[in-house]
Ligand binder design. Structure first.
Ligand code: ADP
Ligand code: MG
Length: 287
C-alpha cells in the first residue's frame, strides 16, 4: 500500500464529509461486514418534541413538566433537551446528575426529581404504578419517560422523534453492499421494532444500557463479525471504541468523536455506505 494512495483516499473521504482518522481506519472500514446503528440521534434526527404530559398523582400536568424541565435543563440528551424546551419557565436545579442511558435526576423546588425509564425507577426503588406502566406500554412507537418526585412517580412525558428521511435508502444501500444491519437501543422493544420496520433494518437489540451496548458489540465480534458501530455518542463512546470501527455522527458529543475512527461530518446516514465504498475502492487500487 503506498502512503500516497492512502492519503488520497483519506482526502477524498474528507471531501464527502467523512473524516477518517488515518489509514488504519480506512483498512478497518473496508473489512466491515456488520453495521450496528444506535437509534436515538443516529437513525432518528434526535430532535425530539414533547407530545403529551400525563399526571399519575395528585398534581397537575404543568407541575410534572416543570419539575422534569428543571432537571433536564442541565441535560444534553435529546430527551432532556426536548423536555426543557417544552417547559415555559424552568426552575433551578441543584445536584444534577445525568444517569447515562437511563435518565437524569436533581433537586428541584425542594425535592429530588428523577426523570427516565421504568427500569431507572426500579433501580432507585421507586414503585411504578400500573397506570404508569400501562401508559408507557400503550405509547406504540413514541418514546415515553416517567417523572418521579420525592420517591413517587407523579407523571409521564411522551415524545416524538423523527426517523431521518435518508435512513431507509441508506440501509438499503448497506444491504446491497452485502452488509448486515443491527439496530441497538436503550429504548423499549416496541419502539425499536417500529423504527426497524420503518427503515428496513434486519436485527434489533433493545432495552440495552450503555454498558450492555459494549457487550452487544463484543458478542457480534466474538461471532467473527467485523463490526462498525454508528452512534451519535451522547452515551455511545464505549460502544464506538469496542467496535472494529467506530463511526460518530457529527452532531454528537466530543466523547463520541474521541472514541470514533471515522466522523461523519455530513450528519447523514448515507455517509456510512459512502465510506465503505470509498475504502474498498481506495485499497483495491493500491494492492
Ligand atoms: P438510545 O440507545 O436510543 O440512543 P439512550 O441509551 O440514550 O437511547 O436512552 C435510553 C433510554 O433512557 C431512553 O429511551 C429513556 O427512557 C432514558 N433516558 C436517557 N436519557 C434520558 C434523559 N435525559 N431524560 C429522560 N430519560 C432518559
Ligand atoms: Mg443515542
Amino acid at each position: 500500500a503506498t502512503p500516497t494512495a492512502l492519503m488520497v483516499g483519506v482526502a477524498r473521504a474528507a471531501q464527502l464529509g467523512i473524516l477518517v482518522k488515518g489509514p488504519e481506519a480506512l483498512e478497518a472500514t473496508r473489512a466491515v461486514d456488520t453495521v450496528v446503528l444506535d437509534k436515538t440521534g443516529t437513525v432518528t434526527t434526535g430532535r425530539m418534541e414533547v407530545t403529551r404530559t400525563r399526571s399519575f398523582a395528585d398534581v397537575d400536568e404543568q407541575a410534572v413538566l416543570r419539575w422534569a424541565g428543571g432537571v433536564e435543563a442541565a441535560s444534553e440528551h435529546p430527551i432532556g433537551v426536548a423536555i426543557a424546551a417544552a417547559c415555559a419557565d424552568v426552575p433551578a436545579v441543584t445536584g444534577f446528575e445525568a444517569l447515562v442511558g437511563a435518565g437524569a435526576r436533581g433537586e428541584v423546588e425542594g425535592a429530588l426529581v428523577v426523570v427516565g425509564s421504568a427500569e431507572l425507577m426500579a433501580r432507585w426503588d421507586i414503585a411504578v404504578p400500573s397506570t404508569a406502566a400501562g401508559w408507557l406500554s400503550g405509547l406504540g412507537p413514541a418514546t415515553g419517560v416517567l417523572v418521579a418526585r420525592g420517591g413517587e412517580v407523579v407523571g409521564g412525558i411522551a415524545l416524538r422523534d423523527t426517523v431521518r428521511p435518508s435512513a431507509r435508502g441508506a440501509i438499503a444501500r448497506l444491504h446491497s453492499l452485502g452488509l448486515r444491519t443491527v439496530l441497538l437501543t436503550g429504548d423499549h422493544e416496541a419502539v425499536a421494532r417500529a423504527v426497524a420496520a420503518e427503515i428496513g433494518v434486519g436485527d434489533v437489540i433493545a432495552n440495552v444500557r450503555p454498558a450492555d451496548k459494549v457487550a452487544a458489540v463484543e458478542r457480534l465480534r466474538a461471532q467473527g463479525r467485523h463490526v462498525a458501530m454508528v452512534g451519535d455518542g451522547i452515551n455511545d463512546g464505549p460502544a464506538l471504541a469496542a467496535a472494529d470501527l467506530g463511526m460518530a455522527i457529527a452532531h454528537g458529543s466530543d466523547i463520541a468523536a474521541q472514541a470514533a475512527d471515522v466522523i461523519l461530518v455530513r450528519d447523514d446516514l448515507d455517509a456510512v455506505a459512502d465510506a465503505v465504498l470509498l475504502a474498498g475502492r481506495t485499497l483495491a487500487t493500491i494492492r
